[in-house]
Design a protein around this ligand. Structure first.
Ligand SMILES: [Zn+2]
Length: 489
């Protein structure tokens, strides 16, 4: 009994004191406070998280129940981001955040979080009225440097529109090196009560034509609270406002400054970062219809850049020279001798090939192709002694990995609903990686082709959305592309 009672206390202390076991080393430990908002937090909170993580500078967590925060829960974090507009959290959570910031941790306040905890009515989901007014949390105003008021004059904003945000302090670490202004489609708040001494970094002209005040209104500011640093942006009404270089750049740099007092991030940060040294894929389609969900497979990776080409033009000169890997999802029969020569040259240069699904029925009259390269053929028209291949849609399959290979790494046995082929021709030179025992299939589902000058991977799966959206199918295709490109999956 004594031992059991002692154990939880001992392990709790050890783990709570060791956040390095659970966070990425050297990154700013960030907690987004979300889950209540008159705005669409379900869309914007994941965006904020991703935008910050994309910079490589932040390890980000989210709580949708800030009212449950305690000193122990906030202890591991360097930075808190408020994407919150709702009721008060109660004494323990409010004290935990207030003390954390006062003791030197960073705080970022985004758009909706300018509004709560003051004199205004609590707003519900979708800007709904509640009729509820709570006792103000006075410290919140001191900490964030602004509050909304019923007035007069009343705080608010004009019509949502595109306006120019002008940087008025270009020496501050957050804004140093930035362009002097940026445009954004957002709400421009006006007539907020600002705490004396806040440091305004940027303003925008609030145009009476869009129901504005005719004055420059503050957009970005900083302040100190105790030993903590606070960055406040009134931008970020919705995903469309956030999906802009100006928003993401100032948010990420403001967040880095709030947490560390310094800014190392670049002066321009894209909402979706450019791919670094990506594998260049030519995705060949045409000759067979397909579900558009196929395209989502190729949209899901940061290190693969895909260009889509249609048959019969896919292998024309000037089209495919830049490709590291050709991925075939076409079902073309007659391709020109020039196309064959170009495709052959791609392989002879040691570049990669991934053959997906119905591309196994392509180029039936090009024997070298299916005998020596892919090692298999879906036979469209039978000949004496060789019946045509058959297919079946919507088969619930269990797959078995039969070889340890970079392509199968991280891909467990799958349960997947997909189309199967049977009575295909196979070369004895293929190396099968994944099979199924389903009687509607010949068995092999993933294999390596017999060709030796280039890496050739074949995946028979991939008919429709059930496969295209299956995380392990995606992983298979990604592994095959990276392996064919001679990269590490
Ligand atoms: Zn708004």
């Amino acid at each position: 009994m004594a031992l059991l009672a002692a154990l939880p206390a001992w392990s709790h202390n050890t783990v709570a004191a060791s956040p390095e076991l659970f966070f990425q080393a050297g990154k700013i430990r960030t907690l987004i406070l979300s889950g209540r908002n008159n705005h669409d937090w379900r869309a914007t909170t994941p965006f904020i998280r991703k935008a910050l993580e994309n910079t490589g500078r932040f390890d980000v967590r989210v709580t949708d129940e800030p009212a449950g925060l305690s000193p122990a829960a906030v202890a591991p974090y360097d930075l808190f981001i408020l994407n919150y507009c709702g009721p008060r959290w109660g004494p323990e959570a409010e004290r935990a955040i207030g003390e954390a910031v006062r003791s030197g941790k960073g705080l970022v306040v985004i758009h909706a979080a300018s509004y709560p905890f003051g004199d205004m009515e609590v707003l519900a989901r979708g800007h709904g009225r509640t009729g509820i007014r709570e006792k103000p949390w006075k410290e919140y105003f001191e900490m964030t440097g602004a509050k909304w008021t019923e007035g007069p004059p009343r705080s608010g904003h004009g019509k949502r529109h595109v306006f120019e945000v002008r940087i008025i302090d270009r020496q501050h670490p957050i804004t140093a090196g930035l362009a002097p202004a940026f445009d954004i489609s957002d709400e421009l708040y006006h007539r907020l009560i600002l705490k004396d001494g806040v440091h305004i970094l940027a303003t925008a002209y609030s145009d009476p034509k869009t129901n504005g005040t005719g004055r420059d209104e503050p957009v970005l500011w900083t302040l100190r609270y105790g030993r903590g640093r606070v960055f406040h942006t009134i931008l970020g009404h919705d995903l469309g406002a956030m999906y802009s270089t100006g928003f993401v750049t100032t948010l990420a740099r403001g967040a880095e400054w709030a947490a560390t007092g310094k800014v190392t991030l670049p002066a321009e940060i894209q909402p979706r970062p450019r791919k670094q040294n990506p594998v260049r894929v030519e995705l060949v389609i045409g000759g067979h219809d397909f579900a558009p969900s196929l395209m989502s497979v190729f949209e899901s990776w940061n290190d693969v850049e895909t260009n889509v080409v249609w048959q019969p033009d896919a292998y024309k000169k000037g089209r495919m020279e830049r490709a590291d890997v050709i991925v075939q999802y076409d079902m073309a029969q007659t391709i020109t001798e020039e196309a064959k020569a170009n495709l052959r040259r791609h392989l002879e240069e040691g570049k990669g090939l991934v053959v997906l699904h119905h591309a196994l029925a392509s180029y039936q009259d090009w024997r070298w192709w299916w005998k020596e390269v892919t090692g298999a053929l879906y036979v469209l028209e039978g000949t004496p002694g060789r019946p045509p291949s058959t297919f079946r849609h919507g088969v619930p399959l269990i797959t078995h990995t039969v070889a340890d290979h970079p392509i199968t790494r991280g891909v467990p046995e799958m349960y997947i609903v997909d189309e199967t082929y049977k009575n295909m021709w196979f070369s004895p030179g293929i190396q099968v990686l994944i099979r199924t025992a389903d009687p509607s299939s010949d068995g092999p589902l993933v294999w390596i082709g017999p060709y030796r000058k280039a890496r050739v991977a074949v995946i028979q799966l991939g008919h429709g959305p059930e496969a295209h959206r299956h995380p392990h199918f995606r992983k298979l295709v990604r592994n095959a592309i990276l392996w064919a490109a001679r990269r590490q999956p």
